[in-house]
Design a protein around this ligand. Structure first.
Ligand code: SF4
Length: 854
């Protein structure tokens, strides 16, 4: 890569020179000589406005002659203007120029390079012209930051005193953070955590919204690791929150006395990191692709980024899924200790950093994988994915059960199996027509025959599986057991052995190609090695899921679900009792801190934390505490119930139609900055189909079944007219302060479907004595926690005002026990206002008029 940039710099200087003299001087990177080359032909090329020359040798020049147009010269002027000094100096200069222009490299490339064709040529030619592939490889990801292993003297710190000094009124935080405001609730949260650490025990803490709980746990934990030499792991719900914590809260924390050199690192799953080895394969394969504008731009941006990134975290780089899959670290494709790139491998550096860190910030999903992989026999000192740790903080702990379930679920469809085998056939057909010289013809022929036999066997097996699964599918998910499950397991075992055969052939083909490339370098082979690598990963991943579903475990449930793709149901296997797994794996961690804004559920005769203790695998006497919020919900939020709505019944047309017309009327009054939350895509899509034509001055943003909601949320946040229609993940996944979310409509109470297999199995698991017991211990509190999360979306700051309208009358039906629990679990000062739909509409008009709802 450096060589590529060097080419650019050398050529740019030549270009400047040429405009004066009409002669081109090109310094050969091989010999260092300066030569005058091909004046005539070059003059012809320079007649074009945007001429770019890319020639460090005659071979490159020959290729250059075929280029009809060139990269925009503005790019050269802006980013690659000649700077004296070493390559490193030039790269640094380039970097600072890039930073000044924009932080979004892709957008920059897009602005500066209007011609995708030219970018493509730039990329292809730059790589092929470079005769220094080795040096390019050496520099990819060479800037990765490592945390130095160092012995540090322990400090004597009084944790309570230090915490008080930081969070008290007129305390240290106010001095170092301009916009910081003292919050009593934050001080309380921090002091409780400091005390639980001092006593060497854990705490389950509900700390209301707006208290600044992240700093409240981070600071005492940091002072403790400094004085004790222990290591802490902090787990956040999503990778986005993990990044936010690193970029915002950690930076504030570092300004506090003694904490500036706390060794903190972020650790993600390996697939989030760039693999330099795969990147080089990918870039080579780009040479053989037909020009695709967007792909070329992305590849260019990725290449540049790889040179300068401090950690090669792909979450910081906007690339499409296809490119990400081709270049990210992948355990099936990783040579690990045998890899020549291992010393500068971002994933292994991140793991090494974790071992040298005081605090490791990670996500629930990685922690879940650690829990899954650790066994009582595991070497705790080494850890598996995470190093040994003595303090564990689980932030947004209400969501940990789901993260664990997702991480431990195996799933596949027969369609996926067919897709992978078709891909294997497609690639191999191309390969078998090539002239492979390194291996005997007879060997290649035997591979071909085996592959063809396996393909037939896998097709038959996948069809059989499809038939077995399909007969159980009507509209919803269904649990499998008894003979049916035994038959399906048998079909899966057959499939697994065929897939293992396929994987061995794909591995051999991959080796054949890599060896062929070494012995007889031919650029034609490169794209196949890349495709074979991706295929190999897909086959291994399929085997992992098939084998996971086959595994006979009483603590799991196997079930079929209809898929988004017609006639392609999925079979899955999920754990039922996560609590047992968590407590077994984590019982050796001395200090466990669980914190969230929604851990508590009103319960007569108990402290309200039994549900949280239950799902987190904690003992009945695990210390728990509920603290207040910094917001005044009584003044900031109005919670209204439309009490003339029909009763809710599943698939009730009356409820759906009445709800749809009321939502339309509400949105036509309030307009943008609103959201409607559903619990099923079917209900949401029905309502949208009924009202979308009648909505005035509103832009509808409807959550997609297949795509992530992040783009939709980003679009919402820049529009005044946008209204979100969402389900499931959006109940706790929206953070839109101010007028971006001032009205929330809750279509139905967020109960899971009781007939959904995992839910039903868990109701049974927690209700060993009766179904009702399961409802009280698990089903109702889960719904209440979700409801509290939902209404928490509206008030994000002290200045927010908003309205929540609930259409489901069950919330205020005193005959239902869960309704009493729910109403008593609402934030202090918040009461339900019951009114007719007509009256609610009138109230909304009035709130708009008085500017309360703006
Ligand atoms: S060690 Fe594995 S992940 Fe790292 S660069 Fe090598 S192949 Fe890629």
């Amino acid at each position: 890569m450096v060589c590529l940039l060097q080419n650019f710099l050398e050529i740019y200087s030549a270009r400047t020179l040429s405009s004066r003299s009409k002669k081109i001087e090109v310094k050969s990177l091989e010999t260092g000589e300066t030569r005058h080359l091909f004046e005539k032909e070059i003059e012809e090329l320079l007649d074009g406005e945007n001429a770019l020359l890319f020639c460090d040798d005659e071979r490159s020049f020959a290729k250059l002659k075929r280029l009809p147009d060139c990269v925009n010269e503005d790019l050269l002027r802006l980013c690659f203007s000649y700077v004296a000094g070493s390559v490193e100096t030039r790269v640094r200069y380039y970097l600072s120029a890039m930073k000044q222009l924009t932080t979004d490299l892709v957008a920059l490339v897009e602005d500066l390079l209007p011609s995708g064709e030219a970018v493509k040529r730039f990329l292809i030619h730059g790589i092929s012209a470079s005769v220094h592939h080795t040096s390019w490889q050496e520099h990819v990801c060479s800037k990765l930051q490592r945390i130095r292993r160092q012995k540090r003297a322990r400090k004597q710190i009084d944790l309570s005193e230090a915490t008080k000094l930081v969070f008290a009124e007129n305390g240290l935080l106010e001095g170092i953070h301009e916009t910081y405001e003292f919050r009593q609730e934050q001080l309380q949260t921090a002091m409780e955590i400091a005390e639980s650490i001092t006593l060497d025990k854990g705490i389950l803490l509900e700390s209301g919204t707006g208290t600044g709980k992240t700093l409240a746990y981070l600071v005492p934990v940091a002072y403790h690791v400094l004085s004790s030499g222990r290591r802490a792991v902090v787990s956040t719900r999503t990778r986005t929150l993990q990044d936010q914590l690193m970029q915002k809260d950690v930076q504030i924390m570092r300004k506090l006395p003694e904490l500036d050199d706390t060794r903190i690192c972020s650790l993600k799953g390996r697939e989030r990191y760039l693999c330099p080895s795969r990147l080089i394969h990918f870039m080579n394969s780009m040479l053989h692709q037909s020009p695709i504008e967007e792909r070329s731009k992305e590849a260019l941006a990725l290449l540049l980024w790889s040179l300068v990134t401090p950690d090669a975290d792909l979450d910081r780089m906007r690339v499409t899924e296809g490119i990400r899959n081709a270049v990210s670290s992948n355990r099936f494709d990783c040579l690990s200790r045998l890899c020549a790139d291992r010393t500068r491998c971002p994933y292994y550096i991140a793991r090494e950093n974790a071992k040298n860190a005081d605090i490791v910030i990670t996500s629930h999903s990685l922690l879940s994988s650690e829990i899954q992989m650790r066994t009582p026999e595991s070497d705790i000192d080494e850890g598996i994915l995470l190093p040994r740790f003595e303090i564990m903080v689980i932030d947004e702990a209400h969501g940990f059960e789901k993260a664990l379930t997702d991480s431990l679920t195996f799933t596949l469809s027969s369609g996926e199996v067919m897709e992978v085998t078709n891909e294997a056939s497609r690639i191999s057909e191309k390969i078998f027509t090539q002239d492979i010289r390194t291996f005997e013809e007879s060997f290649m022929e035997s591979l071909k025959v085996r592959l063809s036999e396996l393909r037939k066997a896998i097709d038959l097996s996948a069809k059989k599986l499809h038939g077995l699964i399909n007969q159980h599918i009507v509209r919803s998910s269904m649990a499998l057991d008894g003979d049916e499950l035994a038959r399906i397991r048998q079909a899966l075992q057959d499939l697994e052995s065929f897939l293992r055969g396929l994987s061995s052939i794909v591995v051999q083909l991959n080796e054949v190609y890599e060896e062929e490339l070494l012995e007889h370098p031919s650029l034609d082979s490169v794209p196949y090695t890349d495709k074979l690598r991706v295929l190999k990963s897909r086959v291994f991943e399929l085997i992992r899921h098939v084998s996971g579903i086959c595994h006979n475990d009483n603590n799991r449930i196997t079930y079929v679900t209809p898929s988004e793709v017609p006639n392609n149901p999925r079979i899955s296997s999920s754990p039922i009792g996560n609590d047992a797994l968590v407590s077994e794996t984590l019982n050796t961690i001395p200090i466990k801190i669980f914190i969230s804004a929604t851990m508590w559920v009103f319960s007569r005769g108990s402290d309200g934390f039994n549900y949280s203790r239950r799902i987190l695998g904690l003992q009945d006497d695990f210390h728990a505490l509920k603290l207040g919020t910094s917001f005044d919900f009584g003044k900031q939020l109005r919670l209204m119930l439309a009490d003339d709505m029909p009763e809710y019944y599943q698939n009730s047309d009356e409820y759906l139609d009445s709800g749809a017309s009321f939502i339309r009327d509400v949105l036509n009054i309030v307009g943008g900055g609103s959201a409607v939350l559903f619990t099923s895509y079917n209900d949401m899509e029905y309502v949208v189909s009924k009202i979308h034509r009648d909505l005035k001055s509103v832009e509808l943003k409807v959550q997609s079944r297949s795509e992530s909601a992040s783009v939709m949320l980003a679009e919402h946040s820049i529009s005044d007219k946008s209204v979100i229609f969402g389900t499931q993940t959006l109940w706790e996944g929206i953070d839109l302060p101010g007028d971006k979310l001032k009205l929330l409509i809750i279509f139905k109470l967020p109960f899971d479907r009781p007939d959904e297999p995992i839910t039903r199995a868990r109701i049974g698991y927690y209700g060993q004595n009766s179904f009702m017991e399961g409802l009280y211990k698990y089903y109702y509190p889960k719904m209440i926690t979700m409801f509290r999360q939902g209404i928490g979306r509206v008030i994000r700051t002290k200045d927010d005002h908003g309205v929540v309208i609930v259409l489901d009358k069950r919330i205020a039906d005193s005959a239902r026990n869960y309704s009493v629990k729910l109403l008593n679990s609402l934030p202090v000062g918040l009461a339900v206002e019951r009114a007719s739909k007509k009256k609610i509409l009138a109230t909304l008009r009035n709130l708009k008029k008085t500017k309360w709802l703006t």
